[in-house]
Design a protein around this ligand. Structure first.
Ligand SMILES: Cc1ncc(C[n+]2csc(CCOP(=O)(O)OP(=O)(O)O)c2C)c(N)n1
Ligand SMILES: [Mg+2]
Length: 283
């Protein structure tokens, strides 16, 4: 059967608002997988709760929907169990940088070989536009009529402080740019963080196409951490592309001494044990 973007389409109804950046992010993800010649049964995707997570039924492949803020640990578990799968965690700024921020931090430190797509629309959109840690300070949002009082988190600055191996930044208004960085992220052997600035016309209309088109500058892949820091701290411009890649640091699994020279995957080995006792207790 021919592999194309239709191989990843499902019949699930669209639930996003008109003009939502999630449309392009989803198309770019599917296109990247097709261009990497991955068939749906080779891909495991873990979705979070939120508008981004509502994409979980709109793409084919092995999919799980985790608790809010927990898409990353589900993805890590699936990757450790079976490294034959391409594993992607798909999560919003609220889930990733607010409620589940610990998982992002430990994921980067551990350098598991998965890809994390952060849909950054700078708000909790599914619950109608409350502030998250990436909303700009002072911004008025639903439930915060006097404006946000706390400082916001600069995702790039946070990621780069943790000795990462891959951090890229994309924009939902540039689907081709997204395809390129998602492919790079999946090919990278380690924890790939891809921040996507996502248009949210309903709850964050100020960050619109005119705003991004004026600020965005595309860069070539960067492997210099100091240069990368300058990119993410720049107040005038928003840089997109692979902001930082370090191929020298090894990924988590390859450093596990007890798995050295093992040809089998944990998902196969577990079949050698009778776990019906444990499972019956869960019922
Ligand atoms: C533990 C927990 N807290 C709060 C909620 C309510 N909730 C559901 S979706 C959501 C917003 C998600 O925001 P984000 O992760 O940024 O995704 P977006 O909807 O913006 O794509 C919230 C707060 C929840 N489901 N579980
Ligand atoms: Mg959000």
């Amino acid at each position: 059967m021919k592999l194309d973007i239709n191989s990843y389409n499902t019949d699930a109804p669209i639930t996003w608002c008109p003009g939502c950046g999630n449309f392009n992010i989803h198309i770019a993800l599917k296109q990247a997988l097709v261009e990497l010649k991955k068939i749906p049964s080779e891909v495991m995707m873990s979705f979070d709760i939120g508008c981004n997570g509502n994409g979980g039924d709109k793409i084919d492949g092995f999919r799980v929907k985790g608790l809010h803020g927990r898409a990353i640990p589900f993805a890590v578990g699936a990757h450790i169990a079976n490294r034959n799968m391409t594993v992607i965690a798909d999560i919003g700024d609220g889930g990733c940088l607010h409620e589940g921020i610990d998982h992002l931090i430990h994921g980067i430190r551990s350098n598991y070989n998965i890809t994390v797509l952060i849909h950054n629309n700078q708000n909790f959109a599914l619950t109608t536009g409350q502030i998250t840690s990436t909303t700009q300070r002072g911004k008025r949002m639903y439930g915060f009529p006097n404006g946000k009082t706390e400082d916001d988190i600069n995702i790039g600055e946070l990621v780069l402080s943790l000795n990462p191996t891959f951090y890229a930044k994309g924009y939902s208004g540039d689907p081709q740019g997204l395809v390129d960085i998602i492919k790079e992220g999946i090919k990278h052997k380690g924890f790939s963080v891809i921040e996507i600035m996502q248009i949210c016309p309903t709850y964050n209309p100020e960050s619109n196409m005119a705003f991004f088109n004026e600020k965005i500058k595309k860069i070539e892949k960067c492997t210099d951490i100091n240069k990368a820091r300058r990119y993410v701290l720049d107040k005038e411009r928003i840089y997109t592309g692979v902001i930082y890649q370090n191929k020298k640091r090894r990924e988590y699994y390859s450093l596990l001494k007890n798995r050295k020279n093992r040809k089998s995957e944990l998902v196969d080995e577990v079949k050698g044990y009778n776990i019906s006792n444990i499972l019956s207790k869960l019922e």
